[in-house]
Design a protein around this ligand. Structure first.
Ligand code: 6R9
Length: 678
């Protein structure tokens, strides 16, 4: 199942047909000089008198319902048309789109393309082993999905159940997601870098009875024992009744009565599977993400609105055309993998790359060698990888032919000017627009990006710039008033709902309301700060809460503190993010030990690292652990994180107001301790 026997001639033919003539045609198509709304976006043909990108954006916001209704009718295949375009009230945290409509997401991603072009390549699985990619046509992906859908049904998975998928980025993971969608189950993909405890927590919260995994993962030439991690997780998950194990490697792993070899079971199933008609607002998936407090939250996305928004943004932000090869290198365990590796490209009938490896395996030329070999047109990655690759030098890029590239995307964290310039100049040879795309797990798809724009419109380095169609950003001051002028900074909120936004937090709608809708009543609060330039362009300045971003991965400092505080030697701790030249942010932990603890600090640091990697994931491990006698606190006992951040940034001149500090000597101690650590 993993490496179906195919004749080599097929590969040769496939890569040949994507050669010079195809890219020449693309270039021709893209060189349209005038921006005609209806030609650019066929859905807009009914919008009287709208021409130009800005006018279309204005229309999409001022006539939101007719805009989205037209797009939804044109872009999605409906089993039953919707009656109501939207029924939303941000002040109540109520979001509902396309009510009355029925559809099936897997049919939209597969069947409709199989009818028109069954042999088109849907997936190119860029396996960890360089040069061993495997292609799957739409027909093959549909068959795989149907077998899986039938299997899940036979094993008792019902509409409304939630299946946890703990797999690396691979075709069977995509088919598993789509199989859930086919039979009406929700999926809960857990990033395969998460530890057993983190996985268990997510399985329990989602109440999954079924888990799909692989025997082993292979990434960067290293093996990870994913099945073993699942075994450890499932021990504390009484809901789990069955685990399907796909064989990524030859290695036999221990199997119990509840475990099944996925490929063997799939072979017993039919290649036709009746799709479940789903309501627009039925759950499509949960995806857990970190917040500033408490446990990770399972954000809920639903069927029609999410799919529409993922597909529509994919098409227009990246200028995706039929026949293009889209290369999003994010892991499917994150929202970027969901929206732009799986749902957006497949809903558009696109060819999408599943990248299993790392940017530096087997060498720092990996991305660009892959671009050359697969003739990738749009490349979408994270600034952290770009910053890492800059260090290895331009030669790793220039070695390979990148003439297929038309657009370069960036996501996950702010892209600094140096990284932006390098991406633009070295990777894109100055001819590919760099789109810095801002969005979140909560938003479902890209909300702010330089594209679409008029053909010659400027792109400012490091700025996400323009709100997408239907998106109305506002900036708020500290009093909760909307800032109306330009050249100003504030809390980034959205004034209007859009189809792709999350609907709730699984099992905790109250938390959903409190986190996103109560801080600025009537608005959706993103948790990020932003600057709006003189010209009205947006630049994201970073989180306003205690969420940090390590290599593009979100993590709440409270989650890390929770683990650190479980160490028997630790009395209390404070974790903050600090600026890191490659990862964007790194984790810095201040730790106060219990009185009488007689263990070497280095040993405790090691122990803390082990604990964080066991309970959360490796990326959340503190890079620095600073031991302190006490932490600076207010008189009411709150840790003054702002002061800790300034100390770590070596910005001692702006420690700010220290008048509420309980004991000023604590700050001096912290400063000294920090100097010693450097
Ligand atoms: C898609 C994704 C969301 C948080 C978000 C923000 C940061 C994402 C960004 C960006 C600056 C960008 N973020 N894209 N910051 N510029 N282009 O990453 O979702 O994992 O939920 O993270 O990431 O802080 O709030 P998610």
């Amino acid at each position: 199942m993993w490496l179906p026997c195919r004749c080599a001639a097929k590969y040769v033919a496939a890569s040949f047909s994507r050669g010079v003539s195809a890219s020449f045609l693309h270039a021709l198509r893209r060189n349209r000089s005038s921006w005609n709304a209806a030609a650019f976006m066929p859905e807009s043909s009914g919008f009287e008198g709208v021409s130009g990108r800005d006018a279309l954006h204005d229309y999409s916001v001022s006539h939101s319902e007719s805009f989205w209704a037209a797009v939804a009718r044109q872009r999605l295949s409906w089993i039953r048309p919707f009656d109501v375009v939207q029924d939303c009230d941000l002040s109540q945290g109520r979001i509902s789109w396309f009510e009355g409509g029925k559809l099936n997401v897997s049919v939209n991603c597969l069947d409709r393309h199989v009818h028109t072009c069954p042999e088109r390549v849907a997936l190119i699985w860029e396996r960890d082993e360089q040069g061993s990619e495997v292609r799957y046509t739409y027909k093959e992906l549909l068959e795989m999905t149907c077998r899986l859908g039938n299997l899940l049904r036979r094993q008792g998975v019902k509409k409304g159940d939630c299946v946890t998928i703990y797999m690396p980025t691979c075709p069977l993971a995509v088919a598993s997601m789509l199989a859930c969608a086919r039979i009406g189950a929700a999926h809960n993909v857990v990033f395969a870098g998460f530890s057993a405890e983190a996985l268990a927590e997510r399985i329990r919260d989602a109440q999954s009875s079924t888990v799909i995994t692989v025997n082993q993962g292979v990434r960067g030439g290293k093996i990870t024992e994913l099945k073993r991690t699942v075994d450890a997780a499932v021990r504390s998950c009484p809901s789990v009744q069955q685990v399907f194990v796909a064989m990524r490697t030859e290695k036999q792993v221990e199997m119990t009565d509840r475990d099944f070899v996925l490929e063997e079971e799939m072979l017993k199933e039919d290649v036709v599977c009746e799709p479940a008609p789903m309501d627009s607002e039925d759950v499509l998936f949960l995806l857990y993400t970190s917040g500033s407090t408490g446990k990770p939250k399972g954000l809920v996305h639903t069927q029609a609105g999410y799919l529409l928004y993922a597909a529509f943004t994919h098409r227009y932000v990246f200028g995706y055309h039929d026949g293009d090869v889209f290369g999003c290198v994010a892991d499917i365990g994150w929202i970027t993998g969901h929206s732009y590796t799986v749902y957006g490209p497949l809903a558009n009938g696109g060819t999408t790359v599943l990248f299993e490896s790392t940017p530096v395996y087997p060498d720092p030329g990996r991305y660009w060698e892959m671009v050359e070999r697969l003739r990738i047109n749009q490349f979408y990655g994270a600034p952290t990888a770009i910053r890492l690759l800059i260090k290895y030098g331009d030669q790793w890029v220039k070695k390979y032919d990148r003439s297929s590239l038309t657009t370069l995307g960036s996501v996950g964290e702010p892209i600094n000017t140096e990284a932006w310039e390098w991406y633009n100049r070295v990777v894109g040879e100055g001819r590919c627009p760099v789109v810095d795309t801002w969005w979140q797990t909560e938003t479902g798809g890209i909300c702010i990006a330089p594209k679409p724009s008029e053909p010659d419109a400027e792109i400012v380095p490091g700025m996400a710039m323009r709100p997408f169609f239907g998106i109305k950003p506002v900036l708020m001051d500290t009093e909760g008033k909307v800032l109306t002028s330009n050249n100003t900074s504030g809390a980034l909120c959205m004034a209007q709902p859009w189809p792709g936004m999350a609907r709730t937090i699984h099992n905790n709608h109250q938390r959903f309301i409190e986190t996103y809708f109560q801080p600025y009543p009537g608005y959706f609060f993103t948790g990020d700060g932003a600057y709006r330039s003189e010209k009205g362009y947006y630049q994201i300045t970073g989180r306003l809460d205690d969420v940090i971003n390590v290599s593009g991965h979100r993590i709440g400092t409270a989650e890390i503190e929770d683990v650190v505080n479980q160490c028997p030697a630790v009395a209390e701790s404070a974790v903050i993010g600090y600026s890191h030249s490659i990862k964007g942010q790194g984790v810095y932990a201040f730790v106060v030990l219990k009185k009488g603890v007689d263990i070497q600090e280095a040993d405790i640091s090691k122990q803390l690292n082990n604990m964080v990697s066991e309970k959360i994931a490796k990326y959340a491990c503190p890079e620095f652990v600073q031991f302190a006698k006490r932490l600076p606190k207010t008189r009411s006992g709150k840790i003054m994180r702002r002061v800790l951040r300034k100390v770590v940034e070596c910005d001692l001149d702006s420690l700010g107001d220290l008048s509420t500090l309980d004991d000023p000597a604590a700050v001096q101690e912290i400063i000294k301790g920090h100097e010693k650590l450097l």
